[in-house]
Design a protein around this ligand. Structure first.
Ligand SMILES: [Zn+2]
Length: 236
C-alpha cells in the first residue's frame, strides 16, 4: 500500500546495490554503518493491468531461510518505493506473504516536528496506538479471523497503481492470525491505518487490488489513464 504525498525514496537506490556511502563530513552512526554494509536487493514491482496481480497466492508450507530472503528483498523493495506495505505477488511471487511498515517516514516526522505544538502528534495522525516500536512487520499466511461492524474510510494508494489514490471503506478494526519472520504463530488486533493496510495487502493475496473497491466508472478511468501513460512512455 502507498500513501498520498509520499514520493519514491531518495535515500534508497532504485536498483540493486549497496547503499550510497555517507558524505565524509557527516558522522557515521551505528545504523548507517549497518546499512552501508548490507547489500540491498530491490525487485521490480508489477503494476496494473498486469494479469499476475489477479493471482490467488498459495500458502507457505514452512518459513525457511528462502522465505526470509524473499521477505528481506520485499522490505528493500517496499522502502525503495516509499510504500507502507507490499505483498509477494507484487514482485511476481505468488506466496501468501506480506511485509509492512506503517510508521511515518523521516520526511513526515520532520514535517510534524516543524509544525509546532498545535500539530497533531504522530500517534494521533497515524493512529499508531503505541505500536510504533514494532516498525517492520512480516505476515506469512495471514488470515483475518474477525472484523468490526464499524467501518472506516482511508485514502488508499498502491505501489502497483502508482500515482492514484482514492477513498476505500473497510472494517475499522480486524484481528489477524499469521506466522511471523521466524515462523511463530501470532494473532494481533488491528486498528486505524494498520487495519486498513493489512486488509489492503490481504486483498492482494486474493488477487484483488484497491481499484476493485471503487466504482466501475472510476476504475475504468484510472486504468485508461495508466494505459495511456504507458503508451506515451513507449513512444518517448
Ligand atoms: Zn497494494
Amino acid at each position: 500500500m502507498a500513501l498520498p504525498g509520499r514520493l519514491p525514496s531518495k535515500i534508497y537506490p532504485t536498483i540493486s546495490g549497496a547503499k550510497a556511502r555517507p558524505t565524509p563530513d557527516a558522522p557515521l552512526d551505528a545504523g548507517q554503518c549497518r546499512a552501508y554494509f548490507k547489500v540491498m536487493t530491490v525487485r521490480a514491482i508489477i503494476e496494473v493491468p498486469d494479469e499476475r496481480l489477479k493471482t490467488i497466492s498459495t500458502p507457505v508450507d514452512a518459513v525457511t531461510d528462502d522465505t526470509r530472503a524473499l521477505m528481506d528483498d520485499m522490505v528493500d523493495t517496499m522502502y525503495a518505493a516509499n510504500g507502507i506495505g507490499l505483498a509477494a505477488i507484487q514482485v511476481g511471487v505468488s506466496q501468501r506473504i506480506v511485509v509492512m511498515d506503517i510508521s511515518p517516514s523521516e520526511e513526515e516526522v520532520a514535517d510534524g516536528d516543524a509544525s509546532g505544538d498545535d500539530a497533531p502528534s504522530r500517534e494521533d495522525r497515524y493512529d499508531l496506538d503505541g505500536l510504533e516500536e514494532e516498525k517492520l512487520r512480516y505476515f506469512v499466511n495471514p488470515e483475518i479471523t474477525w472484523v468490526s461492524d464499524e467501518m472506516a474510510n482511508y485514502q488508499e494508494g498502491c505501489l502497483s497503481v502508482p500515482g492514484f489514490y482514492d477513498d476505500v471503506e473497510r472494517p475499522a478494526q480486524c484481528r489477524v492470525k499469521f506466522l511471523d519472520y521466524h515462523g511463530v504463530e501470532q494473532e494481533i488486533d488491528c486498528d486505524g491505518l494498520l487495519a486498513t493496510c493489512i486488509q489492503h495487502e490481504l486483498d492482494h493475496l486474493n488477487g484483488i487490488v484497491f481499484l476493485d473497491h471503487l466504482s466501475r466508472l472510476k476504475r475504468q478511468m484510472i486504468l485508461k489513464k495508466i494505459r495511456k501513460a504507458s503508451r506515451d512512455a513507449e513512444v518517448a
